[in-house]
Design a binder for this molecule. Structure first.
Ligand code: NAD
Length: 356
């Protein structure tokens, strides 16, 4: 099995190195091949997603991605900015389903900004549609406002749209994920205001007929935002569109205390996927050896479960992460008095040691 390793920028190389260390000691014969992406891709080949990197990602069974982005590239034209690499990979690999678990390990209950009783034991999965919605809908741009009180002025506009097949395939991913968990799915929409999301709701109701063992509920996005903070444990799996999912998944991330703990998977129709931590390249702490590598290590575990069909190896890694937390080891982002502060490398080594 071939895994493309794309470390990227900022803390990317530091945290991916720890996940690679873990993969290398599992006793599997994975073929790992590394390529530059993001700012590193631009520096090496003049493009954030160099052709050879894209070819490697396409040929591999799975992609382990660090993070991209660095302030030194902020003045490049948009198509050459590091962030274009991840958008390009999602599009080129057809990665339409973004899975983000938000799990609060009991040892970290104090790291959340919410009361421990509200979040302790939290285990929810947010599934965000990733390649459609207002982020990609055409037409878009800046034009002369054609009507209304601001007629004749310049206006910015985007287009929200979802095709039936797009909704059906993400709904199926969500129902199937719910079947493997507590069999409850919440579809988040804005059907009371938006035509696109009334259509979304109608199609999800239709797909539900294929999965009668899953309990389906619908919730407006504003209420979902409120419930995520008020009583997050009442959710099991949440499915929603690209924009709502972008916002809700970051809110859910903070329930768990640190974005440094959260893995993610982006899957295509055949479960080939790109796996990355939910956070960015954290240029403010890059090169200091203090970044939390656990989100990336847990992303590697998701890769073993969803793309490489090695659920027992995924369990091993997740149990090793729980073990190091139980030992009291913490990187700075999750540190509390009474625990032991460690750096990126030490944390990676501790996970390797805890693998049984
Ligand atoms: P960020 O997630 O990189 O950082 C936000 C804050 O969280 C920072 O204070 C950072 O130090 C901290 N943080 C993030 N990951 C951490 C970790 N593993 N351990 C400890 N602390 C951690 O978000 P940002 O600052 O908004 O963006 C920085 C750059 O990352 C930008 O260039 C942005 O475009 C890019 N970005 C990339 C991705 C991606 O590659 N998928 C996602 C989001 C942002």
């Amino acid at each position: 099995m071939k895994i493309a390793i794309l470390p990227g920028d900022g803390i990317g190389p530091e945290i991916v190195a720890q996940a690679v260390k873990v993969l290398n000691v599992l006793g599997e014969s994975f073929e790992l091949e590394t390529a530059p992406v993001g700012g590193a891709g631009y520096a090496a080949h003049g493009h954030p997603l160099p052709e050879a990197t894209l070819a490697l990602a396409k040929a591999a069974d799975a992609v382990l991605f660090g993070a991209v982005g660095d302030y030194q590239y902020d003045n490049l034209e948009r198509s050459l900015r590091p962030e274009q690499a991840i958008l390009g990979l999602r599009k080129q690999l057809g990665l339409f389903a973004n899975l983000r678990p938000a799990i609060l390990y009991p040892e970290l209950a104090g790291a959340s900004t919410l009361k421990p009783e509200v979040v302790s034991g939290l285990d929810i999965l947010i599934i965000r549609e990733l390649t459609g919605d207002i982020y990609f809908g055409q037409p878009r741009g800046v034009r002369e406002c054609p009507d209304g009180p601001f007629k004749g002025q310049r206006e910015g506009f985007d287009t929200m749209r979802y095709a039936e097949g797009e909704i059906r395939r993400i709904a199926r991913v969500a129902f199937q994920a719910a079947q493997k968990r507590d069999k409850r799915l919440t579809s988040v929409d804005k059907a009371n205001v938006l035509e696109t999301f009334q259509f979304w709701k109608d199609i999800v109701i239709d797909v539900h007929k294929e999965y009668p063992d899953v309990a389906l509920e619908h919730m407006y996005v504003d209420n979902a935002a409120m419930q995520l903070v008020r009583a997050p444990k009442k959710f099991d799996v949440i499915v929603t569109g690209n924009m709502f999912g972008d916002i809700l998944s970051d809110a859910a991330a903070m329930l768990t205390g640190s974005i440094g703990m959260l893995p993610s998977a982006s899957l295509d129709a055949n479960n080939k996927g790109l796996y990355e931590p939910s956070h960015g390249s954290a240029p403010d702490i890059a090169g200091k050896g203090i970044a939390n590598p656990l989100a990336t290590i847990l992303s590697a575990a998701m890769m073993l479960r969803f793309s490489l069909n090695k659920p027992e190896q995924a369990d091993r890694i997740e149990n090793a992460v729980k073990a190091v937390l139980a030992q009291g080891l913490r990187t700075g982002d999750i540190y509390e008095a009474g625990t032991t502060k460690v750096g990126t490398e030490e944390m990676g080594n501790a996970v390797v040691k805890a693998l049984v």
